[in-house]
Structures are given as C-alpha cells and as structure tokens.
Design a protein around this ligand. Structure first.
Ligand code: NAP
Length: 258
C-alpha cells in the first residue's frame, strides 16, 4: 500500500476535475484521473501530476455503468492499495438544452446516469472500501466530495434533467454524511457557480453579458482553480468538525438581493 493519501477524481481529465486533480497532486496525493472518452486529456493531467512529484494513473470508465465503476475502484486499489478521497466530479449538461416541454428521455437517461446514479453507486462502492481499510487500521478516515451546482436550486427550464440531478446530489450528500459519520468518513457538497470550462464555452457570450450586469456580486467568471482550492481546504482538514456541508464557490450567486 502506498504511503501517501490517494484521491480518485471522476472526470479528472478536463475542466474542474482537471484543476482538482492537479491541486491534489500538488498537495502530495496520488491521483486516479478518471475520464470517459478522451485519453489524451487524462494523460496530460497525469503527466502534470507526475512532474509535481506525485504518482498518478489514468483510468477510462463511464461512471454511469456498474461494470466500469467496479473496474475503476479495482484499478485504484490495485495500483495504490487505498482510497482516501473520492471527488464525484464527472457530469454532463442536458443534451441539446431543450425546453422542458421538449425534453427527451434520451437526455434524461444519460444525464441521470452520469450525474446521479454514477456518483451514488460509486460513493457506495468507495465507502465500503474505505470502511474496510479503516477497520483494518490502514486508513485514518475518508473524505467524499460531490460537485453539485447552483442548478441544484436555480431553475433553468432548458436543463430540467441537469437541475434535478444536482438537487438530488445535495440530498445524497446529506444521506451519506449521516450514514458515514460513525465510520469517520466526511461528506461534502461543493456548489460551483458558473465556471469557465468546455461545458460553459457554448454559453460564453450570454454569461459575459450577465456577469457585466452583476448577476452575482463578484463580477468575474469562476475558474476551475477556484473549485480546486475548496477541495484543497477540505482534504487539508479545514473542516474537521463538519459533514454534509455545502461550500458555495459561486461569486456570491446564492445570496438573494433586493
Ligand atoms: P467538462 O469541462 O465538460 O468536463 C467533464 C469531465 O467529465 C471530463 O473529464 C469528461 O471526460 C468527464 N465525463 C463526462 N462524462 C463522464 C462519464 N460518464 N464518466 C466519466 N467521466 C465523464 O465539465 P466541467 O465544467 O469541468 O464540470 C465538472 C463538474 O462540475 C460537473 O459535474 C458539472 O455539472 C459541475 N459544474 C460545472 C459548472 C460549470 O460552470 N462549468 C458549474 C457548476 C457545476 P471525457 O472528456 O473523457 O469525456
């Protein structure tokens, strides 16, 4: 078993997951960089982590598929022997961003599999392994971090499935937080606002305008590194007496203003 903490980051190859993976590597974690379709992006992240002096592997797995989730965790354990941190980051937006009256079952199935079913059953799988390792005296505790979204509470009628998965992730965080507290595993929700990644690139002009108009108090785009810094705070035990907590990394978007 490796003698440093191990982090598994789903969708660790691009955007927020990429920044999180690199930050965890910088903090000395061994990182399992998961991706779905683009190996070259994942390999680039892994080589950056290696150049920071931390071990990293890439594992292709679709988090929506049970067999892939099993293989992902098997690979992590085979290479490093432990998982201390799980970041449920992989996510997709609503396919075609259709109005709720035109929304399709195809988009629903894809978005729910990736954004909700995947994180739920991966958390279950990883938590069981963490408990096994903790009880054997091989791990002091675990941390599970779910990347939700302001879409958990802010309505976008052209992304109904996406919004519903993110709202459910908030409840999922609380459910696992309560169940896993006695096992010394903390569970957190990070709730990002609008972050500059490939996901938001198609709506860049819209948000450029809304940001300039003051849609949230801190008038700039969020950056993947803003989210990575929140993950860093959690893994460095900044919140040692907290669980089920939501961290708003959103420029103040969640504040209602009159
Ligand atoms: P992104 O740039 O589109 O990157 C998505 C990442 O997830 C990629 O690494 C992708 O891998 C991976 N992925 C997609 N489907 C997957 C699957 N089925 N299994 C495993 N990996 C999969 O997205 P992002 O903007 O960084 O978003 C990351 C997370 O933050 C998502 O959960 C998103 O909902 C959330 N979020 C984003 C924003 C934002 O404004 N960007 C705001 C709030 C919340 P491949 O490239 O290999 O397909």
């Amino acid at each position: 078993m490796i003698d440093r903490p191990v982090a598994l980051v789903t969708g660790g190859s691009r955007g927020i997951g990429r920044a999180v993976s690199i930050e965890l590597g910088r903090l000395g974690h061994a990182v399992v960089v998961n991706y779905a379709t683009r190996p070259e992006a994942a390999h680039e992240v892994a080589s950056q982590i290696l150049s920071l002096g931390a071990p990293a592997i890439t594992v292709q797995a679709d988090v929506g598929l049970s067999s892939d989730r099993n293989r992902l965790v098997e690979q992590a354990l085979k290479h490093f022997g432990r998982v201390d941190v799980l970041v449920n980051n992989a996510g997709i937006t609503s396919v075609g961003r259709r109005d709720i009256l035109e929304a399709t079952e195809e988009s629903w199935d894809q978005v729910f599999a990736t954004n909700l079913k995947g994180p739920f059953f991966l958390t279950q799988l990883v938590a069981r392994e963490m408990i096994r390792l903790i009880r054997a005296g091989n791990l002091s505790g675990g941390k599970i971090i779910n990347i939700s979204s302001v879409s958990a509470y802010a309505v976008s009628t052209n992304r109904a499935d996406y919004c519903m998965t993110k709202a459910a992730l908030a409840m999922m965080t609380k459910l696992f937080a309560v169940r896993l507290a006695e096992e010394n595993i903390q569970v957190f929700e990070i709730c990002p606002g609008v972050i500059a990644t490939d996901m938001t690139a198609p709506v860049k002009e819209k948000y450029d305008r809304l940001i300039a108009e003051g849609l949230w108090p801190i008038r700039r785009w969020g950056q993947p590194e803003d989210v990575a810094r929140a993950v860093a705070a959690i893994v460095q035990d900044a919140f040692s007496f907290s669980t089920g907590m939501r961290l708003d990394i959103d420029g103040g978007f969640h504040i209602r203003v009159l």
